[in-house]
Design a protein around this ligand. Sequence first.
Ligand SMILES: Nc1ncnc2c1ncn2[C@@H]1O[C@H](COP(=O)(O)OP(=O)(O)OP(=O)(O)O)[C@@H](O)[C@H]1O
Ligand SMILES: [Mg+2]
Length: 241
Amino acid sequence: MPSDSPLLRIRDLSTHYGPIQALDKVSLEVDQGELVAMVGANGAGKTTLLHTLSGVLAPSGGEIMFDGRQITRLASHQIVGSGICHVPEGRQVFPPLSVDDNLRLGAFAVRRDKAWVESELASIYELFPILKERSRQTAGTLSGGQQQMLAIGRALLGRPRLLLLDEPSMGLAPLLVEEIFRVVQGLNEKGVTILLVEQNARAALGIANRGYVLETGRIVLSASSSALLADEAVRKAYLGY
Ligand SMILES: Nc1ncnc2c1ncn2[C@@H]1O[C@H](COP(=O)(O)OP(=O)(O)OP(=O)(O)O)[C@@H](O)[C@H]1O
Ligand SMILES: [Mg+2]
């Protein structure tokens, strides 16, 4: 396939919950190597978009192309298999299990040979030294920021070609928000392609190459992050000045 076509291309994607339309003809693209932010307020449809992308929800219209291939109606395990990995809203680690076991569970979901699992774990621990330090602690004793790193680490175990992040900053204190966004930016600098959905527009656009603004299920703006941060409507609605 031609190298100039985007890694992810979504066209006119609509999703309903029964009679309620949560996404209305959403179109967006993510190129290989990009960090793209989708910002929107509470209830805009961000989680719905990621759930539709990862096959948890079936769209009512439109199409999703990944790496030139139509994945619109694949089952979620097939979508994971094609290289899209989703870190859900609210982190969702297993609090009573150790950090190490949380990561191992993620690894076993992908592949079962021991040598592969050990080498993947080693690379995750290299990426997140704090997780290595705490590997025997139960995940429930980690701070919110560390739990978020654990959830991201687990998603990286399959070496995804596209990482979907659903509000990694949610519920974190400001300093931890900064730390998590540095982690996300660092991953992207290492070559991981990322679609980041966030209510925290300032932080998300602060690290993204480009952004989209989602309002009640519709994309209302799309531009470089710097243009969006300077946009008066964006500033008033999302940045508070
Ligand atoms: N299971 C559901 N059944 C019916 N309506 C739903 C369901 N889940 C979400 N919705 C509605 O769909 C719309 C989009 O919700 P969604 O959770 O995608 O928003 P969001 O942008 O992720 O919000 P937040 O920032 O609060 O996470 C909202 O109006 C919401 O009320
Ligand atoms: Mg959400």
